[in-house]
Design a protein around this ligand. Structure first.
Ligand code: AMP
Ligand code: MN
Ligand code: MN
Ligand code: MN
Length: 284
């Protein structure tokens, strides 16, 4: 079992727990090294770091950047970043800046489909109004009785191609990786398995092209053990890691009790041959 969890969310983005609460939960569940990786925002890091110190836990500064690559939205996690590095701070500000307008359009589309009040409703769930996102809409739609859980809201309304989906242009891949590397961090391709399932997903050829471009820009690691991967996908992405000479990362992608595929920590070990991403900051 791995005692590292290098991907999770607090209420600074679309998680439901405050940064300190999230860290306490991780400690209770045996996590020894934790990275907080909120979407497009680093405001939770100070609180999380202080809470981690109380538990004697190693804390790694993280972020998960939303990227548009060709027609796909992909997520790039930055680990061991410096949150004071100005190009990263400014870059994330620009990535966040379109969220309010996108939310308004989403609410408009949902209203056309007969579902009103979603903009106000979604903002009630956003701990940080700059980071309004689909998960906040999903929680409101559950509360309003439109679906039984968040997962069903995505399937019915918010996934690509559904009524409430509004396409959006996020950061460019090279920019996101550049901000992370410039700050001294490691760029990690998040949950690659997610890009290969569902409507308009990537095939193997496109995944190869993505990894070629990702490594060409200086990307160094890939999530192998992720809360959104099946055990078959651990093996599949361990093979990609070997092929592209990438370090391997692991994380629950926890968003909140009762909402995520996996709770924090207690992740299964890497497949044989994986080089853990923490080698990058432990200097081995
Ligand atoms: P956004 O950045 O606002 O487009 O929201 C993306 C977030 O929505 C992801 O980080 C997940 O938290 C959530 N999400 C995306 N797809 C799904 C899904 N199929 N089921 C549940 N949550 C999802
Ligand atoms: Mn999320
Ligand atoms: Mn993600
Ligand atoms: Mn995530």
């Amino acid at each position: 079992m791995l005692d590292h969890d290098l991907h999770c969310h607090s209420s600074i983005s679309d998680g439901t727990l405050a940064p300190a609460e999230l860290v306490h939960r991780a400690a209770e569940r045996g996590v020894k090294e934790l990275a907080l990786t909120d979407h497009d925002d680093m405001d939770g890091l100070d609180e999380a770091r202080a809470a981690a110190a109380q538990h004697g836990m190693t804390f790694i500064n993280g972020v998960e950047i939303s990227v548009t690559w060709r027609t796909h939205t992909v997520h790039i996690v930055g680990l061991n970043i410096n949150p004071d590095y100005q190009p990263l701070v400014e870059g994330l500000r620009s990535v966040r800046s379109g969220r309010g307008e996108r939310a308004r359009k989403m609410a408009e589309e949902l209203a056309k489909a007969g579902i009103g009040g979603t903009l106000q409703g979604a903002y009630q769930y956003a701990g940080n109004s700059n980071m309004i996102g689909r998960a906040h809409f999903a929680r409101y739609l559950v509360e309003a009785g439109h679906c039984k859980d968040v997962k069903s809201v995505f399937n019915r309304y918010l996934a690509k191609g559904k009524t409430g989906y509004v396409s959006h242009r996020w950061a460019a891949l090279a920019d996101a990786i550049g901000w992370i590397l410039g700050s001294g961090g490691v760029a990690v391709l998040a949950h690659p398995g997610r890009y290969m399932v569902g409507r308009s997903s990537m095939g193997k050829k496109t995944m190869h092209e993505l990894l070629t471009e990702f490594t060409g820009c200086g990307g160094q690691a890939i999530e192998v053990v992720s809360g959104s991967h099946t055990p078959e996908q651990y093996a599949e992405f361990a093979r990609y890691a070997a092929e592209f000479n990438l370090l391997c990362s692991c994380g629950s992608d926890f968003h909140g009790p009762g909402e995520s595929y996996r709770d924090m920590g207690r992740l299964p070990d890497f497949p044989l041959g994986c080089k853990p991403v923490w080698q990058a900051w432990e200097g081995r």
